[in-house]
Design a protein around this ligand. Structure first.
Ligand code: GAP
Length: 443
């Protein structure tokens, strides 16, 4: 397990705001607690992770297909799934400072950790956000913002089966927003009220070796770490004991990552049995059984669910990439450089184009280069401040390559390409830049 490093967390939160990754939500109105917005560079990282996830878990597998379902669904779905009754957390409130806590998450639940005050009696509190459909609230249909994306997959399972000719085993992958009225929030984007999930429901026959398939998925999920640049040593499989598992699960492993604030759940995998499909069949009155053409049997499939929090994955990727190291300055001294050593695939900006001077003769050439490279990669053009400061800025956002256009470029029609990690520089002909970067970004 890693050491708790609060100062690293503070530095990451500050860098994320300063460099346009993640902003506090509703900030100009004083903020909305535990809500965040992704800035221009944050959205790039998030999209890169989502695209890589889709490619690895959906596109590249013959047994997988995709879906993009709605956030609002019939409230009957939440009755059937058990969320209306069971998706609740215990809550206590301090009688003195009125702060609220989940007693099961406190080291000492006998008194308030903030002021030592006495707690009220434990109550249960729904984790789902209620909303009303229709123009008049009193007459409207009460529904909920989905607390997990999974149910959209379950209620569409038959549609997918019928339209896609899928045979068991097969899975449906989906990414999208989920909402939870969390009592205990915090640790930046780790636990928020609104977040994104990337989920898979993998349907198998009741007679198959569910434990073997479950274990294969755990390994396959770990394979995604390498793709997005996470160190496998920092992931720990935590088998959840019977009494702590969600109401729908027969086996759960939380895949816990060494975040700067400590080891905590990044992803998870659960064996949901036939819980969801059997309950939807019962409540909807629709036949959700699968017809096995080989055995002529009909059955409700069992389900294995690998699930990923997108925002937690973004946080893990940034934490892993964050690095402070000594670097030489132009005048021969040493300074500390902050560098985000992202895997190139997740880096928000791939190439920065930097003219040595703002003069038209250089900026014109640099803008043309940026325009060409932009057709294939996310490019930033920057001509403000000294070249040293611009390199540091690009290091701080994790740009793998900087292209510098200098006065010599006007003569030799070449530029200097600087590597983020080694800081080594090499001269490359302008006409060869697209081919040069094609070789660097081979994915
Ligand atoms: N469908 C199963 C399910 O929702 P979960 O363990 O409750 O299982 C799945 O959530 C993943 O969603 C977690 O592993 C985590 O990455 C992410 N997640 C859950 N609650 C979150 C929150 N409040 N904020 C950010 N991410 C959250």
């Amino acid at each position: 397990m890693n050491k708790k490093d609060d100062s690293k967390m503070e530095k990451i939160v500050s860098l994320c705001k300063r460099r346009g990754f993640i902003f506090p939500g509703s900030e100009i109105y004083g903020g909305l607690a535990n809500s965040y917005d992704y800035g221009p560079r944050g959205v790039e990282i998030k999209n890169n992770i989502k695209n890589l996830w889709w490619k690895y878990f959906v596109q590249s597998r013959d047994d997988m297909t995709g879906l993009d379902g709605g956030i609002l669904m019939s409230p009957k779905i939440w009755e059937a799934s058990g969320h209306a009754e069971k998706f609740k957390d215990p809550l206590v409130e301090c009688k003195k400072c009125h702060h609220r806590f989940r007693p099961d998450k406190l080291a000492d639940a006998s008194k308030c950790p903030d002021c030592g005050g006495e707690f009220t009696k434990e109550k249960f509190f729904s984790g789902m956000f209620k909303t009303t459909i229709g123009p008049v609230a009193e007459e409207g249909l009460v529904s909920y913002l989905r607390p997990e994306t999974a149910q959209t997959i379950f209620v569409n399972y038959k549609n997918v089966l019928d339209s896609m000719n899928k045979k068991m085993p097969f899975g449906i992958g989906q990414m999208g927003k989920a909402f939870r009225n969390e009592i205990t929030t915090g640790n930046f984007i780790f636990r928020t009220l609104e977040f994104e999930q990337m989920e898979i429901e993998y349907f198998i026959s009741p007679t198959s070796d569910w434990n073997g398939i479950f274990e294969n998925w755990v390994d396959y999920m770990r394979g995604f770490m390498k793709i997005i640049g996470l160190d496998e040593q920092k992931m720990h499989n935590h088998e959840i004991p019977d009494e702590e598992r969600a109401f729908y699960s027969k086996r759960t492993i939380d895949m816990e990552y060494d975040f700067p604030f400590g080891q905590d759940e990044l992803w998870a995998i659960a064996y949901r049995t036939d819980h969801d499909l059997s309950n939807h069949q019962k409540h909807s009155g629709q036949d959700l059984r699968y017809f096995d053409q080989q055995t002529s049997e009909k059955y409700i499939p069992r389900v294995i669910e690998p699930t990923f929090g997108t925002d937690r994955t973004v946080l893990a990727v940034i934490s892993e990439a964050y690095c402070e190291e000594d670097a030489p300055t132009a005048d021969g001294k040493t300074e500390t450089r902050v560098v985000l050593k992202f895997d190139k695939k997740v880096a928000p900006v791939k190439i920065a184009v930097l003219p040595l001077s703002k003069k038209d003769e250089l900026s014109g050439v640099a803008k043309n280069i940026a325009g060409t490279l932009r057709q294939n990669w996310m490019v930033e053009y920057d001509e403000t401040q000294s070249i040293g400061k611009r390199y540091r800025r690009q290091d701080e956002i994790g740009t793998p390559y900087c292209v510098t256009v200098d006065f010599e470029s006007l003569e030799d029609k070449a530029v200097t390409v600087r590597d983020r990690d080694t800081m080594r520089q090499e001269r490359v002909a302008i006409t060869e830049l697209p081919g040069y970067f094609n070789n660097k970004f081979t994915y």
